[in-house]
Design a protein around this ligand. Structure first.
Ligand code: GDP
Length: 504
């Protein structure tokens, strides 16, 4: 019968058939219930009817939507009219037979359908991420694609979504497989050298050929690792530090950021006490801002503490913005002869602990991405061009394009500042290079480093050490295997699937 459970080899373990609500909980227009496992055909046989028919409906053509009446498998009660899609294993998300029941999204409809499914033998509710786990077990997805999928489910901004989607589609997997294939080919050649040695007529220069290919691969891996952790930072959020002297307008600026254009994506308690971390969406980039407004810099000790913390935040941040009071750089409302404004900016920065150490010729300890001249409304219009010109010409940190005038009071200059900020973000964290899928997790980096290390060891060996050389190549390939999930992955899997929601 076409309804007997399918008997592909990977299902001989007589797995349960699992089901879950894959769409969001609560009242909705449509609900999607996903069913996967050996019992799917039987479920469709017992639970679906053609409209106005008492007879079991035939199995819908795979991947085609069919309208069916959903009935309870034992009582025959009509549950709902639904759109049913059948995916025949292995051509499905999980690799098993899968059905999707698109019912009306009412809470009672969904409950009735789930109860009906639960009454079938060997049917049970899916655990978190169990559909994806089956997909992995059936080789439909590798580990990096699964991680991409988990990231896609939690992506909050455009750039995160694009990066996650690329990984979910297998970009990193394909790259690793290309590398691994190359290593395995090299390994095969080296083993041929071991087996046949010089006495057999093995081609001249095979070992040199392998060396060349390993050398190139090592270069490629090195290039990939030298990515300034772009992918990881985009995945977890780009930390922006805002520093400036007391009363420069930092709180006003934060409020402005939070209110205008940039949506607050999430608020959560930061790692440090008294710090609220907000994730903002700036030009599609997830930007994490620590609001330390609670710590007031007044009084000597608190000021020193403030300076210490500001320095620490600047050092750890991915992006640095310094905000000063532009009016305070003026000399009685005017821009006086050349060094004055520049010197004032330097001493302002020194005062908050980020100037060069006085008396030493050492470089500036931080290199801000943007210097914001706040309270621009207080600078007389006639003095504005001159002030900007002086600073960009003469101040070592105020390179052209890095200095942005702003008035938090009137909001003048805010849009221009957001544009600049987006430009800096794009320059530093662009992840759109399709040929170069990013490393998005520390785990990836560790395995790639291990792999590179083995390749470098290989390159240091002489041809006489051919047995050791083979061992290094095997180790290199193994590292990539761990990255994509070919070996030794149980703990990674458990951690990963716990992030999934039920029904995925
Ligand atoms: P913070 O100590 O750096 O956080 O500075 P605040 O945001 O508390 O601002 C200090 C003072 O400057 C407040 O009285 C603000 O209203 C004022 N202020 C902030 N931005 C501007 C601005 O662009 N123009 C003017 N005129 N005043 C501002």
């Amino acid at each position: 019968s076409p309804f007997s459970p399918s008997e592909s080899p990977d299902q001989t373990l007589a797995r349960d058939t699992i089901f879950a609500l894959s769409s969001g909980a609560g009242k909705a227009g449509v609900a999607v219930i996903r069913v996967s496992g050996p019992g799917v055909k039987e479920c469709l046989h017992r639970m679906t009817r053609r409209r106005h028919s008492e007879l079991p409906a035939d199995l819908p053509k795979p991947r085609r939507a069919a309208i069916r009446t959903l009935v309870h498998p034992t009582t025959g009660d009509t549950l709902d009219h639904a759109l049913v899609i059948f995916f025949q294993g292995p051509h499905s998300y999980t690799g098993e037979d899968v059905a999707e029941l698109h019912t009306h999204g009412g809470v009672a409809v969904v409950r009735a359908a789930l109860d009906a499914l639960a009454s079938l033998p060997q049917f049970r509710m899916a655990d978190k991420g169990e559909f994806s786990r089956r997909a992995f077990d059936n080789d439909k997805l590798d580990l990096t694609s699964l991680e991409g999928l988990a990231d896609l489910l939690s992506a909050e901004t455009e750039v995160q979504r694009k990066q996650a989607l690329r990984q979910a589609e297998g970009a990193l997997y394909k790259l690793c497989e290309r590398w691994r294939t190359s290593m395995v080919r090299s390994l095969a050649l080296v083993e041929a050298v071991i087996d046949f040695g010089e006495d057999e007529n093995i081609e001249e220069g095979v070992y040199a050929q392998v060396r060349d290919s390993v050398y190139q691969l090592a270069e490629e891996l090195r290039g990939h690792l030298a990515d300034n952790r772009r992918g990881e930072i985009v995945r977890t959020g780009i930390h922006l530090a805002i520093a400036g002297p007391p009363n420069a307008g930092k709180s006003s600026f934060l409020n402005l950021l939070a209110q205008r254009q940039v949506a607050i994506v999430s608020d959560q308690a930061g790692t440090t006490r008294d710090v609220i971390e907000s994730t903002l969406d700036i030009g599609g980039y997830p930007v994490v801002i620590s609001d330390t407004a609670g710590i007031r810099e007044s009084g000597d000790t608190i000021e020193m503490e403030g300076v210490r913390r500001a320095k620490e935040r600047l050092a750890q941040a991915d992006l640095r913005l310094i905000l000063v009071d532009a009016h305070a750089l003026l000399d009685g409302g005017q821009v006086s002869c050349h060094p004055a404004a520049t010197d004032r900016l330097t001493s302002t920065l020194q005062h908050i602990g980020i100037g060069p150490v006085p008396g030493s010729s050492s470089a500036w300890p931080v290199n801000p991405d943007l210097i914001v001249l706040n309270k621009w409304d207080l600078v007389p219009p006639s003095a504005r061009p001159r002030l900007l010109e002086q600073l960009t010409r003469h101040h070592p940190l105020a390179r052209d394009g890095h200095v942005v005038p702003l008035s938090c009071l009137s909001q003048d200059g805010f849009t221009a500042l957001l544009d600049r900020l987006t430009g800096r973000l794009r320059a530093a964290f662009d992840t759109a290079d399709l040929a170069n899928p990013g490393i998005t997790q520390i785990r990836h980096r560790q395995h790639l480093r291990g792999c590179l290390e083995a390749l470098e060891n290989f390159l240091e060996l002489e041809e006489a050490d051919v047995v050791l050389a083979a061992e290094e190549l095997r180790r290199a390939a193994h590292c990539l295997g761990q990255l994509t999930g070919r070996t030794g992955v149980e703990q990674i899997l458990d951690a990963l699937f716990s992030q999934f929601c039920i029904g995925k």
